[in-house]
Ligand binder design. Structure first.
Ligand code: THU
Length: 160
């Protein structure tokens, strides 16, 4: 029997260690939490995407009384970016969350469905998408969604 070990490189940074571009994007993700519609979970998530054309788009989670009809902040943001600029890569994505009146302590981790959508967006753009997962005092940074979703399913599986 062979064993396959998968390693993930995550940079752990304080806010002060971020580049100006990273700071702007994390600020926008945090700001977007204040516009989230999350009356049921009261867990307010924001995301901000920096596009290859220099534009930044942000979004947040949108809940619904029929719970499964809601959508996570990451997918709201990326679907909007992809619908507005279908041919523009997303270079960087920041995610932040707030609950009980404060930003969450732990760096926020995207759900599995969002990881899958982030992966397809990265593949569409044909360049790595840096992802910043914000916590209250620190930020986890990965160079690509493939660090968060190894052994991923992609269109290559369908096309053979
Ligand atoms: N949520 C997100 O927006 N992003 C995630 O990655 C995880 C969860 C939202 C969905 C729901 O509105 C609330 O957080 C609680 O799960």
């Amino acid at each position: 029997m062979k064993e396959l070990n998968i390693t993930t490189k995550i940079k752990v940074c304080g806010y002060d260690e971020l580049t100006p571009e990273q700071k702007i994007l994390t600020d926008q993700a945090k700001e977007a939490t204040f516009r989230a519609y999350a009356p049921y979970s009261e867990f307010y998530v924001g995301a901000a995407a920096e596009l290859a054309n220099g534009e930044i788009v942000s979004g947040n989670n949108q809940e619904n009384a029929a719970y499964p009809s809601g959508l996570c902040a990451e997918r709201v943001t990326l679907f909007f970016a992809n619908s507005k600029y279908p041919d523009v890569a997303v270079k960087r994505l920041a995610i932040a969350a707030r609950t009980n009146g404060d930003f969450v302590q732990e760096c926020v981790a995207p759900c599995g469905a969002c990881r899958q959508v982030i992966l397809e967006t990265e593949d569409r753009g044909q360049e790595k998408m840096e992802i910043l997962l914000c916590g209250k005092d620190q930020v986890y940074i990965v160079d690509s969604i493939k660090d968060l979703l190894p052994l991923y399913f992609s269109k290559n599986e369908l096309l053979g």
